[in-house]
Ligand binder design. Structure first.
Ligand code: NAD
Length: 396
């Protein structure tokens, strides 16, 4: 069995840094069965590529993903480009026999996501992964375990929010505000994460979107030079800045029902003034409840409804105990928390475990799994558009 995995990473900005850091650290903090090797970094900005490769320890760099995808030395292609590139790059990598790790949301449309799912199913020797990294928070993994152990009993409610406030009128027209590049706005960016969290923790599948509302508050934004799809932030030096259309949602709220009769509410916004990364999920069941909030990510709140009522109350569990809390043993002494970056390191290490045939780890979403999240996204958009309930059986 090979003991190394040569990685080619497409994208060198926000996720480019997060994933570079993950591949760099996975084999140092975890006993990985296969070592990720930082082989080639791919971007479109040649000037910054060489320093990026040098700084993060990538052996090679390239501006041609089409050449790199065919390189026989590459084992795993990591697609961390804007959403509109995910399908083409992932399918090309699968066709070339590579494993693929793709960022979320899986694609800009359900049609593209379906093509990706089908390509993954055809590529039997390839494994696919989707970077729903919040599954890799120790507190989220503990919530998953508690639900599986029946500590919450039958579930009644899922209440999830992902709120940010960085997309005010001053935010320029990057790819994230253009449907052709992003697919949607806060919905695919943020609701995708909390839909995945809800499906992961509960193990239930959504069967109906009961109602939804989508709003675009800011429909024009300042255009950047050079072209906005690079994600660059250099403003044009003009007296009167050019403006372009932002045609994605700024916020989407929806209600849903699962196959077990649990009811759920979801809210995603990038204009929730005062919120930075309020990524929260609460699940209430017959015997107990759990609550997670990313800004306090080392903590899981647990309510045990079987306790004597006189003493019952929300219990704050610091998920840093090496032998009992998922991932904690790989990091620091008890009480010393981890952060956002560690979720990616945890996932990179577990991707290597999966490639070595270890199926004992907590599920990592593959393309088939992420396709189910994309169906929920699509159904919610349809529900908002038609102001009507949408059954998931109508969305395939
Ligand atoms: N999991 C998370 O928490 C999380 C957070 C942020 C973004 N994301 C996802 O990661 C992806 C990238 O987002 P980002 O914030 O890093 O974007 P970004 O704008 O910061 O970076 C995009 C990168 O892609 C490169 N790129 C664009 N077109 C390319 C091409 N044809 N070939 C190669 N490289 C190309 C750009 O040069 C840039 O380096 C998106 O799908 C986004 O939804 C996930």
């Amino acid at each position: 069995m090979t003991t190394t995995c040569n990685v080619a990473l497409f994208g060198q900005k926000f996720m480019g840094r997060a994933h570079s850091n993950a591949y760099m650290k996975a084999g140092r903090f975890f006993n990985v069965p296969i070592q990720p090797v930082m082989h080639t970094i791919v971007g479109i900005d040649l000037i910054s590529l060489a320093p990026f490769a040098d700084r993060w320890g990538w052996k090679k760099y390239s501006t041609s993903w089409k050449e790199v995808v065919k390189d026989s030395a590459i084992d795993l292609v990591d697609v961390s480009t804007p959403n509109y590139m995910h399908a083409e790059q992932s399918i090309a990598a699968l066709s070339a026999g590579k494993h693929v790790a793709c960022e979320k949301p899986l694609a800009t449309t359900l049609k593209e996501a379906r093509m990706m799912r089908n390509a993954a199913a055809r590529a039997r020797k390839s494994r696919t992964f989707v970077w729903f990294n919040y599954r890799r928070c120790p507190a989220v993994a503990l919530a998953y375990q508690l639900v599986r152990e029946g500590r919450l009993g039958r579930l009644y409610h899922i209440r999830a929010q992902f709120l940010q406030d960085w997309a005010g009128p001053e935010a320029p027209l990057t790819w994230r505000f253009q449907k052709k590049y992003a697919g949607s706005g806060a919905h695919g960016d943020l609701n995708a994460h909390i839909i995945d969290l809800a499906r992961f923790i509960t193990g239930e599948e959504f069967t109906e979107i009961c109602g939804a509302v989508s709003e675009t508050f800011i429909s024009e934004r300042e255009v950047l030079t050079p072209p906005s799809k690079t994600g660059g932030r250099t403003r044009a030096r003009r007296r009167k800045p050019a403006v372009g259309k932002s045609d994605v949602d700024d916020c989407v709220l929806f209600f849903a029902k699962t196959n077990k009769g649990t009811i759920a509410s979801f809210e995603a916004s990038r204009l929730a003034t005062g919120h930075r990364v309020t990524n929260t999920i609460e699940i209430n069941g017959e015997h107990g409840a759990v609550r997670f909030s990313f800004e306090d990510m080392n903590t899981l709140w647990f309510y045990d409804h079987t306790e004597e009522r006189r003493l019952a109350g929300w219990r704050k569990i610091l998920c840093t105990a090496a032998r009992v809390h998922p991932y904690a043993g790989a990091w620091w002494p008890e009480g010393h928390g981890i952060s956002y970056e560690h979720t990616f390191v945890n996932m990179a290490a577990e991707m290597m475990a999966v490639l070595a045939g270890d199926e004992s780890i907590l599920p990592i979403p593959d393309f088939a799994d992420a396709y189910e999240t994309q169906r929920v996204l699509e159904a919610a958009m349809l529900a908002a558009k038609h102001r009507a309930a949408v059954r998931l059986t109508e969305v395939k």
